[in-house]
Design a protein around this ligand. Structure first.
Ligand code: IPE
Ligand code: IPE
Ligand code: MG
Length: 267
């Protein structure tokens, strides 16, 4: 059961304290939103029309996830590799992003949604950066629910950026190389203060990760759905969560240890 995540995590903590699973809703859901282009093509429409409809799904999914009890929703909106698309499409996507953010600011404030980003946002167009700064600043006090947009994001770049920052910290005497651990290193990732995703969903039938949260999803559950992103509904999200709940997250332990955490090893 997905709810055993708490039990398994507890079994791995140094204190070995056991906590009963409080809820089976994944706290952090991450989505690779794919299929906008095909959605448009199926209708004889330009690709950008698919992206426009995709933005509507971003809106509905933001609130659907919260209604279902999710605490953090990360959406892969633009990858580093997406810059290689035709310039008209890239420009249209950036325009849509700016328009969406400007429109949503009031809604985020009213509905207490905190916005944050992961990715090299300093390489985005100035207009997008400006509205991002405003929205992040004006929503930073909301702690119940967070929407994370992965923008100009790529895991490999993230790892390189983190390694560089970590090396600089070692050189400056702020970190000791010999003390290096995952806990220390992960503080240099874009996701430093975020929990790892519990559930990663990809729409459109593709079954690849496309450079998304490679390290953070080390123990995530994956759900692949054939639904194209513009058609993705709250029911599809609920179905993915139900699927997650049928899984047993073992984190390297045995099933028996999850049932009886006293049998978990000491390390
Ligand atoms: C996802 O839809 C949106 C982005 C990657 C920005 P696609 O544009 O990749 O849609 P398909 O894969 O071509 O159908
Ligand atoms: C992944 O989708 C990136 C985003 C959803 C932003 P792509 O459509 O770019 O991925 P590939 O090229 O099919 O792997
Ligand atoms: Mg695609």
């Amino acid at each position: 059961m997905g709810g055993l995540v708490n039990a398994a995590t507890a079994a791995l903590t140094p204190t070995h304290r056991m906590t009963l699973p409080a809820a089976t809703v994944p706290a952090h859901v991450a989505i690779i939103m794919d299929g906008n282009g095909r959605w448009a093509k199926n209708r004889g429409l330009p690709r950008i029309e698919g992206h426009r409809r995709g933005v509507e799904t971003v809106r509905t999914t933001t609130f659907a996830a919260r209604d279902l009890g999710v605490k953090m929703l990360t959406l892969y909106a633009f990858s580093i590799e997406n810059w290689k698309r035709p310039p008209e499409e890239v420009n249209a996507l950036m325009g849509l992003l700016e328009f969406y953010l400007k429109q949503e600011l009031a809604t985020f404030v009213r509905d207490r949604v905190r916005l944050r980003t992961i990715g090299r946002t300093d390489e985005l167009p100035a207009g997008v950066q400006k509205v991002l700064r405003t929205t992040i600043e004006e929503t930073k006090q909301f702690t119940d629910y967070t929407l994370v947009l992965a923008l100009n994001y790529g895991s490999r770049t993230e790892i390189v950026d983190a390694a560089r920052a970590y090396a600089a910290a070692v050189a400056a005497g702020k970190e000791k190389l010999n003390d290096g651990s995952w806990t220390t290193f992960s503080r240099y990732l874009y996701t430093a203060d975020m929990p790892e995703p519990d559930l990663v969903i990809r729409t459109s039938g593709e079954t690849r990760i496309s450079n998304f949260l490679l390290l953070q999803a080390a123990y995530a559950e994956f759900v692949f759905t054939p639904v194209l992103w513009p058609d993705f509904t709250k029911a599809d999200l609920a179905a993915a969560i139900a699927d997650y709940n049928r899984r047993e997250r073992r984190f390297g332990l045995t099933s028996e240890q999850l049932v009886n955490p006293a049998r978990a090893g000491a390390k």
